[in-house]
Design a protein around this ligand. Structure first.
Ligand code: NOJ
Length: 556
């Protein structure tokens, strides 16, 4: 039977309009001075998270890992990396967050394990055809001696998707060779993840962010099909759902099982899919019979242009309404160039702001020239606009400080496999993962007692938490004010556009008299009537300057 997304108690729906703050644990706060952030570091900053005014934290992986892919190569799904702490630390962290009314979302990485996972080691030690190999995807090679890989598919970070093992077979990995893909047709694999979901739920996890949720189900019937020319990442194959690797319809059977586990708890555990799929395919992941919510990356991909934002917002809300889901909004995360930097670069093609920033990153941030002030000004305006929208908003650590991407990390210090696997053709994601600055000086700007695992630039000091928290014009104070007002103004999930302007102003109202108005143009425009609650830049003479958002309370 189809269930409604709004069914159940309000507590069950906490995620629908939640503000979720993403913590990348290794770069958040380091409690023991080893240069790596850890769970006790997060515990020490719970008061900061509470003062920010968020509803939940999502923790990127903190599991034991060789860090081949920033922790998305998991050795053991039911433990904490000893460098980051212990299960007891997790319990304490969850308890401290819960005391402050903050929910906890754990990152689950089901498409692949790490090559150090006990299962993969067992698979390598076992003979060809053994049941323990069936938990992964092993195939014989082609050609008389099997030395040609089973297909010519390319992995996400470059290089082939197949790696050969000493007995001559090949295993599939959509990401790095250290991330072998699991075989989701294997019942043991499915059951083990159900155990993991219960393990964290029993320990107080309120929800799960599901990595590469559009992977998992694959059509590996032989002969292996050539991959459609369409976008490899999103599997925009025609007809939809037929790409051999991505976004296959069968994947939803897996999430229906997960939903049954989520619903064993009160309130039910929440889920959010990381699914880079065509917008028309997103509702399946966000279905109440599946994960319940899916990331909507359309705003993140939009350029700072009124028409792009308008189109994305209108389409996303219409789609959410059609399916009874609440939409999500994202401007930054640990995989993309920070939005302050994206908006300080010349705009590129329609909805391509993240791709557009890649050549800039590769030039170490030298070309084209970044307009730092403009980028930050627009980022603040974009955030304020996003936080006024119905649905839930995902924030990425450091954006509340107005951090730019660290684009000039030297090649020899890069950790992201994207750099090495692409042969240097892409710089990768380290620039948004540089540890946070908490104080204006010190070896790692208060991140920890020692140096940080990725070097922080000198310009981090003036952007530190301490430098900003008492400055009413700072980005941090703007986030705190906005989140405070958002909580007080929380209202039904609807929005009404207010016509006017010359196409350069996006103005809408929410039930209860909350209005948000953003000026994307180059000339100041008159502010609507009412009381200004918060603004992304200084206002003067009743005008809304360019690249600015203001929230107004009062009738239009
Ligand atoms: C998506 C994660 O966000 C990213 O950081 C990771 O590299 C891939 N999935 C592979 O797990």
């Amino acid at each position: 039977m189809e269930r409604s997304a709004t069914e159940g108690s309000p507590a069950a729906d906490w995620w629908r309009q939640a503000v979720v703050y993403q913590v990348y644990p290794r770069s958040f706060a380091d409690s023991n001075g080893d240069g790596l952030g850890d769970l006790r570091g997060i515990i020490s900053r719970v008061p900061y998270l509470a003062a920010l005014g968020i509803d939940a934290v999502w923790l990127s992986p903190f599991y034991p890992s060789a860090l081949t892919d920033g922790g998305y190569d998991v050795d053991d799904y039911r433990d904490v990396d000893p460098q980051l702490g212990s299960l007891a630390d997790f319990d304490e962290m969850a308890a401290r967050l819960h005391e402050r009314g903050i929910k906890v979302m754990v990152d689950i990485v089901p498409n692949h394990t790490s090559s150090r996972h006990a299962w993969f080691r067992e698979a390598l030690a076992a003979p060809k055809g053994s049941p323990v190999r069936d938990r992964y995807i092993f195939r014989d090679g082609l050609g008389p001696d099997g030395s040609t890989p089973p297909s010519d598919w390319t992995a996400m970070f470059g290089g082939p998707v197949w790696t050969r093992v000493p007995d001559g077979q090949w295993y599939l990995h959509l990401f790095t060779a250290e991330q072998p893909d699991l075989n989701w047709e294997n019942r043991e694999v499915r059951d083990d993840f159900l155990t993991t979901l219960r393990f964290w739920s029993d320990r107080g996890a309120d929800g799960f962010r599901v990595d590469v949720a559009h992977g998992l189900a694959k059509n590996l019937a032989e002969p292996l099909e050539p991959l459609p020319a369409a976008d490899h990442l999103t599997g925009l194959a025609d007809p939809p759902g037929r790409h051999p690797l991505w976004d296959r319809d069968e994947v939803h059977d897996i999430y229906a099982e997960w939903r049954r586990v989520f619903d064993e708890y009160d309130p039910p555990r929440a889920g959010v899919a990381e699914a880079w799929v065509h917008p028309s395919r997103r509702p399946r992941y966000a279905s109440p019979d599946g994960l319940g919510q899916a990331f909507n990356f359309d705003l993140l991909e939009a350029n700072w242009r009124a028409e792009e934002f308008l189109r994305v917002i209108t389409d996303s809300l219409a789609e959410a309404q059609r399916h009874g889901a609440s939409t999500t909004w994202v401007l930054s995360n640990h995989d993309v160039v920070r939005h302050a930097s994206r908006y300080g670069l010349p705009a590129g093609d329609h909805r391509m702001s993240t791709l557009n920033a890649k050549p800039w990153l590769l030039s170490n941030g030298t070309s084209p020239e970044l307009d730092r002030a403009l980028g930050l000004r627009r980022a603040r305006a974009a955030t304020l606009l996003m936080l006024a929208l119905p649905g839930s908003a995902y924030l990425y650590q450091g954006e509340e400080l107005g951090l730019h991407e660290v684009a000039d990390l030297p090649a020899e210090l890069l950790q992201d496999p994207v750099f090495s696997r692409s042969g240097g053709a892409e710089k990768g994601r380290d620039g948004c993962r540089v540890p946070l600055p908490w104080s204006p000086d010190g070896l790692s700007f208060g991140f920890g007692a020692g140096a940080a695992h990725l070097p922080q630039p000198a310009w981090f000091g003036p952007l530190s938490v301490q430098a900003q928290e008492h400055d009413p014009a700072s980005t941090l104070v703007m986030y705190r004010q906005a989140l405070g007002w958002r909580r007080r103004l929380r209202t039904a999930e609807s929005l009404e556009w207010v016509p006017g302007g010359d196409g350069q102003v996006l103005h809408f109202s929410r039930p209860g008299g909350w209005q948000s108005v953003t000026n994307f143009g180059s000339l100041a425009v008159p502010l609507p009537h009412g009381t200004v609650l918060v603004a992304s830049a200084l206002l003067a003479d009743g005008q809304l300057p360019p690249d600015t958002t203001a929230w107004i309370l009062g009738s239009q």
